[in-house]
Design a protein around this ligand. Structure first.
Ligand code: FAQ
Length: 334
């Protein structure tokens, strides 16, 4: 394809004639489907774009624990509690794989946390919406993990080796998460009228934010062109959103739930559903920090960080005290 963006700016692409021999070689590896590994040469823009996307993805996993964690103590049965606890732990694990993948690009974990806590780095818009009742936990698993996995399945083929490998493992777990959410919804939809009404209410509130997870429409996506040239992204935002709608509508029908979109209709010609765009003004408000729970989420993360200071200090002091131990032990053994 030989189209490459300058410095991760999102402003333009470099044609082959403007590329250095290193850039040409790099792009030909990408075009041939080869993975790029941490110690290989890479354009600065590629590195920066990956750090931005992978760290924001990691932050999303970590902040994403909050709306679900909110229901661990109130799950309706012991079994549901154990399942939810395991799911929330999985999300922490996903954050850790992703932070590790980003670290291979030369950024430290402390810097990434700092970017999150200072509001410089984004995390997925969806986690700025509240989980008001148990049906919301079903909707998060079904719709939010469903949207996340739609994106992440494609990202298994992303060009950066450590990111791609992290995605393979994450996808296995996310597909379990999606099914547990669907299972909660199924139980509620087959329950009393009041339970079914709760499921419908959760669907009504989570549908639009779930569509927003794929990012702005392609015409407003700043990074898609460059990220796709570098195979950091495999699909555009709109392509994935369409796939998600096409996959989810039959599932909603099976549950007997109504998707809150009067314009939803099957389009024979395109082989997919037509649907209404989410409210993009709301999306931009949420990603600018003005969503319903942005302040609460940030407060929870910064408080956790501050409250963990004594533990981090203790670990550092212990490591310092025992710094020479292994080396000394080695000398003794000899
Ligand atoms: N929320 O030019 P584009 C999960 C920002 S994991 C907030 O289109 P790009 C698991 C974007 O950063 C969910 N910000 O950007 C789970 C950029 O701003 P910047 C997370 C958003 O990067 C489930 C600006 O808008 N998944 O849920 C959003 O090419 C349940 C322009 O947008 C990933 O992160 C948004 N929704 O495409 C956990 C997947 N959309 O950075 C717990 C990896 C866009 O210049 C419970 N990421 N923005 O300041 C991606 O695939 C991409 O980054 C996109 C955005 C598709 C999200």
């Amino acid at each position: 394809m030989y189209a490459q963006v300058v410095e991760g700016s999102g402003k333009g692409v470099k044609s082959a004639k403007d590329m250095s021999p290193e850039e040409l070689d790099f792009q030909s590896k990408i075009d041939a489907g080869q993975k790029i590994e941490p110690k290989e040469w890479m354009p600065e823009g590629y590195r920066k774009t990956l750090i931005r996307q992978i760290s924001q993805h990691a932050h999303s996993e970590v902040v994403g624990q909050l709306p679900e964690g909110n229901w661990i103590t109130r799950a309706p049965t012991l079994e549901r509690k154990a399942i939810l606890l395991a799911k929330v732990q999985d999300e922490a694990g996903h954050g850790l794989y992703l932070y590790s993948a980003a670290e291979t690009l030369g950024i430290s974990r402390d810097e990434m946390y700092d970017q999150l806590h200072s509001g410089k780095a984004k995390y997925s818009s969806i986690f700025n919406y509240p989980t008001l009742n148990w049906a919301d936990i079903g909707a998060v698993g079904w719709l939010v993990d469903g949207a996340a996995i739609m994106n992440q399945v494609a990202l298994q083929r992303t060009s950066y080796g450590p990111y791609s490998r992290a995605m393979i493992r994450i996808c296995k777990e996310e597909s379990f998460h999606q099914r547990q959410g669907f299972d909660i919804m199924m139980k509620m939809c087959r329950g009393t009228d009041a339970q079914k009404a709760m499921a419908q209410d959760a669907m009504n509130r989570f549908w639009w934010p779930a569509l927003m997870m794929f990012g702005p429409s392609d015409k407003d996506s700043v990074h898609s062109a460059e990220s796709m040239a570098w195979k950091i992204k495999i699909n555009t935002n709109d392509e994935l959103r369409q796939k998600f709608v096409d996959q989810t509508v039959p599932q909603a029908e099976y549950l007997g739930l109504t998707i809150p979109d009067e314009n939803l209709s099957w389009n024979e010609e395109k082989g997919g559903y037509d649907f209404t765009d989410p409210d993009w003004d709301e999306f931009f408000q949420v990603i600018s920090g003005n969503g319903p729970c942005n302040a609460e989420r940030m407060r929870a993360r910064t408080e956790a960080w501050d409250q963990g200071a004594w533990f981090r200090d203790g670990l550092s002091a212990y490591a310092e005290k025992h710094a020479g131990d292994n080396a000394n032990q080695g000398v003794k053994d000899v």
